[in-house]
Design a protein around this ligand. Sequence first.
Ligand SMILES: [Zn+2]
Length: 450
Amino acid sequence: MKNKHIQAVLKSTKKQAFDLSSIKINKTPFLIISAIAALSLLYAFATPSADTIQKHRKMQLEIPSSPLLNFTAQTPENEIEWQEIVIKKGQTLSSIFGDLNLSQTLLYNIVHINKDAKLLTRIFPGAILSFVLNDDGSFSQLKYNISESQELFIKQIENTLSSEIVIHQTETQVQTANGTITGSLFNAGKKAGLTDAMVMKLASIFAWDVDFVLDIRQGDNFSLIYEKIYQDGDFIRDGRIIAASFTNQGDTYKAISFDDGNGWSYYNPEGRNMKKAFLRAPLNFSYISSNFNPKRFHPVQKRIKAHRGIDYAAPRGTPVFAAGDGVVTRASYGKYNGNHVFIKHPSGIVTKYLHFSKRKVKKGQRVKQGQTIGTVGSTGMVTGAHLHYEFVLNGVHRNPRTVKLPKASPLAKSKIKTYLSYATPLLSQLDSINVNKVAIQKPKTDKTES
Ligand SMILES: [Zn+2]
């Protein structure tokens, strides 16, 4: 995150330092923005053929590993020094100008230059304002990141203030990645060139099918086709996952991102929504799986029958989710169960969560799937911090990791044909990524990583 930010800042500094006059001034930025939006919408709806994706994959995108060094080497002598201010809660334009010993009259004049400059009055916590002051401390320039793709510049030359908006072009590249788990999912993701955020995105697609806390095993693997967003040639962030597959203990799940007219969602190859009535694991795995140790979980499995629930060893404070939509029927403290919450769901299902450090819901409250209902703790008769989770169907305890749940309904008949013609090339592309992986792995010059 920090690096990305530095890179972005350096980028704009560099641009300014090189040639201020070359900055594209646009008087109708919103027209352009809408054009970009329309284009990206078109892009999003276009069916990417296997060919285009293949092309993108072969394209080497060079992101300088050390932008700082490159930048230093190219710095012209009269470099402009930007003083950067990240807006904090409660900070106002007026207080920022005060801190910099700039007058309120100047501020008044700046925000009244024109409509563009007025955007400054909408600053929010986290936004970045950068200033250039003259040697005598007087105002020279101000820069404000309005959005990912727009920057507002205010300049004072002699006694004249002027404003301009610079539009940065963003470009979406389609990439593919695949990996096999030998340690944690995050490690495998890193090896495959994925950010942790992208790994989380990947896991969240399959959260209804795979228990990412307890069921991930060595040899599990994944493939994905996803977007990377570049601005003026620099990587700025990940985009969507277009398609992905995940193989867990020999079972392969595949998902394709598709908009059925009511927004984007992930569907399996038959056109059923990946979202189901219950999440496989009711807690945020990112708190746990970074210390993945398959052996640690075996004793837990053996105990499933004995105590009618699953124990998820997790750090105290790990958020616990409602496994499905429902109503809280119990939220209280007991000597054995500690802080606990019971949720009643449709179709005779009750889920129970014990030993919370904190309860986050009240009796009678409606909860949505994925909503945080408490945090992992060690209250009640327990030895260490863990979540004890039970799944009760018509009064009978079931294993939540294996219980058969109703499939989500498929796409409407009118949509399924469009979906299948969209999904087919993506599915074969996913397969080809897997084939590549197998082909590379077959020669037995195995390098096992630690
Ligand atoms: Zn237990």
